[in-house]
Design a protein around this ligand. Structure first.
Ligand SMILES: [Fe+2]
Length: 454
């Protein structure tokens, strides 16, 4: 029953159709260098469809086209995969990697827009959000691909992996800046632990295995669950050919990390890794929200607090601590600092399990320890805040945060453009409809897309 499913109600209520609107109303001044597309993906099942798990809902991409101070269009399109028409993932021949919800993330690499879901092939979209089809890197990708690939800001390479419940449990891939897979290898020692995200530093690849692992008794349609018997570990391997043979696994405290904030080598050569993480109770309350079970948290990320791990490769030790008391998710940063030490970190805050805190866009200064929150108002939920550098930026936070707000009171949505330095709103784009609270997204400047763009 829909009313029982939190992922089909409130901010998460799906929209029923695909629309296009042009020449949107703008308040304030859109910086002219914001010429490109903000693309957001999330689960939006078709009318009448009630998925058994939030993450099984069909993906819908919402796009907002900005050009030299104008908001030219908004459009939303389902990712038209076989799963949208009901095709099953499991077949007599094994998994059908094209039967994808494709509702987790959308990225650009080598001029291609790819809608992602971690158990499947990517799906390529046109710049106008029409579905081209499943993309398997010219046949070189033969299994699932994470929804959180990492584009190295120095080399332009795309690093990613596939995490499978069956051997080989973990396969690591690198595509070059032109989108060709140039390296694929199994990572030894990995287990069936669910790996949603990972990290790259300048010199290493970092995997996190938490306590959530393959569980064939879980009947929500996504066969994973918490296991105390599953060892929680971090795997560190050198980048480059043959690095897999040197992977080392380090024990950590129990937990489940969904998203990496960032990772880097510090001045002493230690690896610093941060990300919002839940404990066992947080996972139970969150999972019950994701499947619509009665005993659930009020938010999809209950008890999600940021942890920091410092991994000393010389001594083989890991120092671990929770570094913030605000419940957050969707960490973002200036991606020019991905894999290097970042001063500024951004995230979305949620009310905690006792109702404290609220929805907002958070900015952390990791040097001073300061934390500031851009409040967006009552009954308004901001999406993952995507950082876009300003033209000619000289500082790490010299740029903009783009977030789409779901406003329940007005049954409407706006794109907010926030100055990332002062955290003030500088422009608001009024969208023609409420945008379903989704998962992840990207800013894609025109300069990253191939050919002329309308
Ligand atoms: Fe994610």
């Amino acid at each position: 029953m829909t009313a029982d499913k939190p992922y089909l109600t409130g901010h998460y209520t799906p929209v029923a159709d695909e629309v296009t609107a042009t020449e949107l109303t703008v308040e304030g001044t859109l910086p002219p260098e914001l010429t490109g597309r903000l693309l957001r993906n999330g689960h939006n099942p078709k009318p009448g469809v009630t998925p058994t798990h939030w993450f099984k809902g069909s993906g819908m991409v919402h796009g907002i086209r900005l050009r030299e101070g104008r908001a030219e269009w908004y459009r939303n399109r389902w990712v038209h995969t076989p799963a949208l028409d009901g095709a099953p993932y499991m077949t007599e021949k094994g998994p059908d990697f094209t039967a994808s919800p494709a509702g987790t993330h959308i990225i650009e690499h080598a001029g291609r827009l790819l809608a992602l879901c971690e158990a499947n092939f990517p799906f390529e979209l046109t710049p106008e959000l029409e579905t081209v089809g499943a993309y398997d890197f010219d046949g070189k990708l033969r299994g699932m691909m994470t929804a959180h690939p990492k584009e190295d800001p120095v080399t332009g390479e795309l690093h990613f992996f596939g995490s499978s419940p069956f051997p080989p449990f973990l396969t690591y891939h690198v595509a070059d800046a032109k989108g060709r897979i140039v390296h694929s290898a199994e990572v030894p020692g990995a287990t069936a632990s669910l790996k949603h995200d990972f990290a790259i530093t300048r010199r290493h690849v970092v995997f996190v295995e938490g306590n959530v692992t393959f569980d064939p008794t879980e009947h929500s349609g996504i066969p994973y669950g918490w296991s105390d018997a599953q060892p929680a570990r971090i795997g560190v391997m050198p980048r480059g050919a043959g690095g897999e043979r040197q992977v080392r696994w380090f024990s950590i405290e129990p937990g489940n990390m969904l998203h990496v904030s960032n990772a880097y080598e510090d001045g002493q050569g230690r690896i610093v890794l941060e990300g919002p993480t839940v404990d066992r109770e947080g996972f139970r309350l969150s999972w019950n929200w994701w499947i619509g079970a009665p005993d659930r948290g009020t938010e999809p990320n209950t008890r999600s607090y940021t942890r920091r791990w410092v991994i000393d490769l010389a001594t083989g030790t890991v120092d671990e601590q929770i570094i913030d008391d605000l419940a957050v998710e969707f960490p973002t940063l200036n991606e020019n600092y991905l894999g290097a030490e970042n001063r500024y970190q951004y995230a979305v805050s949620f009310p905690d399990e006792k109702g404290f805190g609220g929805y907002g866009v958070v900015k952390y200064d990791r040097t001073t320890g300061a934390r500031r929150i851009h409040q967006v108002g009552d009954a308004r939920l901001p999406s993952e805040a995507v950082f876009v550098p300003a033209a000619g930026a000289t500082g790490e936070d010299d740029g903009y945060l783009l977030t789409v707000v779901s406003d329940l009171k007005q049954n409407a949505s706006q794109l907010l453009v926030i100055d990332a330095s002062g955290l003030d709103r500088i422009a608001t784009v009024h969208l023609p409809r409420r945008v379903t609270a989704g998962i992840h997204g990207s800013w894609v400047p025109d300069t990253d897309l191939n050919g002329p763009t309308a």
